[in-house]
Ligand binder design. Structure first.
Ligand SMILES: *[C@@H]1O[C@H](CO)[C@@H](O)[C@H](O)[C@H]1NC(C)=O
Length: 820
């Protein structure tokens, strides 16, 4: 038996280096993910673990080392009661109890923390004319003259400004971008010769190629055309028309966490840029982010992708502007690892749909004011003339990065961001949303650092001096008036938020900077615990020592959520280049007529930037548990906790072709976050939104379709917890505390430990609770289960049939917003 396992393992290991994922059989099996470190000397082998749990090993989970996908045949219907009777969970529970009783007293209780995860299945150059450019570059593509984002004859200062880069001979040769999207029509003459089949995969149907299948599978093809449509006699051209594209189909059906994680790392040594035009629903009601495995995959891509230079993740900011949605409520766009891209229209104005927030890095041209992006479409030489939303802004940025990477393949993921900061062009200089940063640069929540200009970007990239590696400084966590939050998200204590403003400050000293090897500041992340009866009333901002203010959360008219901010992490790029030494003050307020009651319980910050001494650089790792307040509370969590079930089944675009939002005029006169708000003209819901409401039974069926159990080795959990504790005071202490698992096991207490040192992250299927997308955090642990919706960011520019409840499986939501 043992030998068989070992054999199987080595076969698996040999194959998982680069094999296509095994076909999933969700109808007959339940799937779980086991995190298991084979190097724990006295720990059980993966085979032992699998046997003890009664599961069958499937394969490594994507590119995540030591994470294994396992499965069991589905129990017969009716055999399963309410959650607790899951046989794998039961087996784990018993293992965990044995392990717990064997743990020495010295061990941290938290080491036994267990979490469960269900993953619902899821899902300008004046005088240049199109004509002269066609002549200069031998372009015959019939729709080229309509591609105003490449040559804008009416408004020559408003275009991606790529022709000057083509003149340098740069067209994206040798650069591969991967469209994480729905299908990609690789048979289209505009894409066939630039398609990279080897790095493509269909995660929805588990087939080798991302063939578009459903009626609505055209989004990925359109985005791909913007990047790499070939110079030929079909449609138009891509910005990097000699670059290659791969397609990873994840949006056409429900997808599990483990598959989403695998997709974000798929082909990550060959792929330079992942183009992501999707995210949680943008209706101004949600606050959601990636789960534990997905966050791990992103950090894995950053640390190990592209031979260590880091995968470049480009995310569309979202189309919820009309709903008062903000990209800081989306854990994908507010990640420091994403280049977050919003839109401006053909006149350089802010389109109503484009979301604002302090995590916005740049804007790129897209639809609005009746003009759209012209690109390739699915079907025999079909072309799209109505593509748009932030979904189309992001691929335009991807095209520009592909041009830059041809010239400078050595740029790291942070160089790509620095170049955005350095070269983005200010537009609408009289827009009151622009504010001066400490560095002297201008920043706008609507435009980020400004509009991406390919010529400037690539010119500066050519002589760019690579930045030093990343360093970070995690501050202490402040608890206000005894504020706490446990693993079940129960809040206690905290300072009452009345009509005024609750303030709290954290001081950063020069010594702390030196101690953490931190030289210059790039991003800041700010984690907050706020309990409130109406989340949409809460406003959060942080003021730097130099008096620069970042609004992290503006009020959101549609957000009635009662769960507050349970360790939610906001991000701001508005302090880039600022000297962070001094006092940072956070201000939390409720400026609405507050019947709403709220408490500010605690907060902390991480300052991210460059190292002083590159030889002491470290690589960041995702902590197992991130959101407890305080982090080292006694006894938490003592039983299996629940991971937020995230799911990615996306809704479809609505039929807003006629007179819809795409034709609304843009603006350049409004600040993104008026103080004392009441969001300006929050959109009227014209009724189609209500058609999105999902039937409970439909949701239940989906949630029931996959149970994903994440079993974590207890040794691993110990490791994480020790890191966490260490990080409370100082990351420099980390080295000392970073006890390798083996060493943990070999300590005095080790002998007492059984080989069963593993905790399990468990499942959660609650039948009946998951009516709505309630997933609310980017944090790993949650006390309840829910479904989360991701949607395309293309706005309703599509000619699809209207969304019906029937069509709208949970999380498949190309959630449009409406004109204001
Ligand atoms: C756009 O590109 C042209 C070269 O083609 C360059 O002269 C011009 O300065 C660029 N625009 C900006 C704003 O840099």
């Amino acid at each position: 038996m043992h030998i068989r396992w070992t054999l199987l393992l080595s076969i698996l290991l040999a194959h998982t280096v680069r094999s296509t994922p095994a076909r999933r059989t969700y109808d007959t099996h339940d799937y779980y993910v086991v995190e298991h470190d084979p190097n724990t000397p006295d720990g059980a082998s993966l085979g032992d673990v699998a046997r003890a749990l009664g599961v069958e090993l499937v394969e490594q989970a994507g590119e995540l080392r030591d994470h294994w996908l396992v499965r069991i045949p589905k129990p017969e219907v009716n055999k399963r009661g309410e959650g607790d009777s899951d046989p794998v969970v039961a087996a784990f529970d018993s293992l965990r109890q044995k392990a717990a009783s064997n743990l020495a007293a010295r061990d941290n209780d938290h080491a036994r923390s267990v979490s469960f995860s269900t993953r619902t299945p899821s899902t300008r150059k004046a005088g240049t004319t199109a004509c002269s450019v066609m002549k200069d570059f031998g372009i015959r593509d019939p729709l080229f003259s309509q591609q105003w984002h490449i040559v804008n004859e009416d408004d020559p200062e408003h275009m991606m400004n790529v022709t000057g880069v083509w003149e340098m001979g740069l067209t994206g040769k040798g650069v591969l971008s991967s469209l994480i999207d729905d299908g990609l029509d690789y048979t289209h003459d505009d894409l066939a010769a630039n398609f990279d089949a080897a790095n493509s995969y269909d995660f929805n149907d588990h087939e080798a190629l991302p063939t578009p299948k459903t009626d609505r599978d055209h989004h990925g093809t359109r985005c791909a055309g913007q990047i790499a449509a070939i110079k030929n006699d079909v449609c138009g051209v891509g910005i990097a028309y000699d670059s290659k594209v791969a397609g990873l189909r994840i949006l056409s059906a429900p997808i599990s966490d483990v598959d989403e994680a695998a997709a974000l790392n798929y082909g990550y040594q060959d792929v330079s840029i992942y183009s992501c035009s999707w995210g949680p629903r943008d209706n101004g009601e949600k606050m959601q982010g990636p789960g534990y495995l997905v966050k791990k995959a992103v950090v894995n891509g950053i640390n190990n992708g592209r031979q260590g230079k880091g995968s470049i993740f480009v995310f569309a900011s979202g189309n919820g502007g009309g709903y008062g949605d903000q990209c800081n409520f989306d854990g994908y766009t507010n990640s420091i690892y994403s280049v977050t891209v919003s839109s401006v229209d053909h006149k350089g104005l802010h389109p109503y749909y484009s979301e604002a927030c302090a995590a916005n890095m740049i804007v790129a041209y897209s639809s609005g004011d009746g003009e759209y992006i012209v690109t390739t479409d699915r079907g025999k030489n079909e072309c799209a003339t109505n593509h748009g939303g932030t979904s189309a802004a992001a691929p335009n940025a991807v095209g520009v990065f592909a041009l830059a990477l041809e010239a400078r393949p050595d740029l790291t993921w942070r160089d790509i961001q620095y170049l955005c900061v350095e070269t983005a062009q200010m537009i609408n200089p009289n827009d009151p949303d622009w504010e001066r940063m400490a560095s002297g640069r201008m920043y706008s929540y609507k435009y980020g650092f400004g509009v991406l200009d390919a010529y400037r970007y690539v010119t500066v990239a050519k002589d760019w001096k690579l930045v030093k590696p990343q360093a970070w400084l995690a501050t202490e966590t402040i608890q206000l008036d005894g504020g706490t939050m446990d693993a079940k998200k129960t809040y206690t204590g905290g300072r009452r938020i009345g009509h005024g403003v609750v303030k709290s400050a954290i001081k950063i000293t020069k010594d702390m900077m030196v101690e953490h090897n931190l030289e210059t500041l790039e991003h800041i992340t700010v984690k907050v615990w706020i309990d409130h009866t109406r989340r949409g009333d809460v406003e959060v901002e942080i003021v730097s020592p130099r008096g620069i203010r970042s609004i992290l959360a503006g009020s959101r008219e549609r957000d009635d959520d009662k769960t507050g901010f349970p360790g939610w992490k906001f991000m701001s790029v508005k302090h880039w280049g600022e000297n962070p030494v001094g006092e940072w003050t956070i201000k939390v307020s409720d400026q609405q007529e507050p019947e709403g009651k709220g408490y500010f319980l605690g907060w902390n910050m991480v300052l991210w930037g460059t190292t002083i001494d590159p030889s002491k650089a470290k690589k960041y790792e995702v902590p197992l548990v991130e959101n407890l307040l305080p982090a080292n509370q006694q006894g938490a969590p003592s039983r299996p906790s629940i991971f937020e079930p995230t799911s990615v089944l996306h809704a479809k675009p609505t039929d807003l072709l006629h007179g819809g939002p795409g034709s609304a005029a843009g603006e350049n006169t409004k600040v993104a976050f008026p103080s004392k708000t009441a969001s300006p003209n929050a959109a009227d819901d014209e009724g189609w939104l209500s058609s999105l409401a999902l039937t409970k039974s439909k949701q239940r069926a989906l949630v029931g379709a996959i149970g994903l159990l994440v079993l974590l080795n207890i040794g691993t959990a110990t490791y994480f917890w020790r890191r966490k504790r260490a990080s409370q005071s100082s990351y420099n202490a980390l080295d000392g505390e970073d006890v390798p698992l083996g060493a943990v096991g070999n300590g005095g207490a080790a002998a007492a430990r059984s080989p069963r040192r593993r905790a399990l992250y468990d499942v959660v299927e609650e039948d009946g609770e998951e009516t709505e997308d309630e997933g609310d955090e980017n944090t790993a642990l949650a006390g309840r289960t829910s479904a989360k919706g991701l949607g395309f960011h293309s706005s309703f520019l599509d000619d699809d049939e209207p969304l019906t409840a029937e069509a709208a499986t949970p999380k498949y939501s190309d959630q449009p917003s409406q004109v204001t």
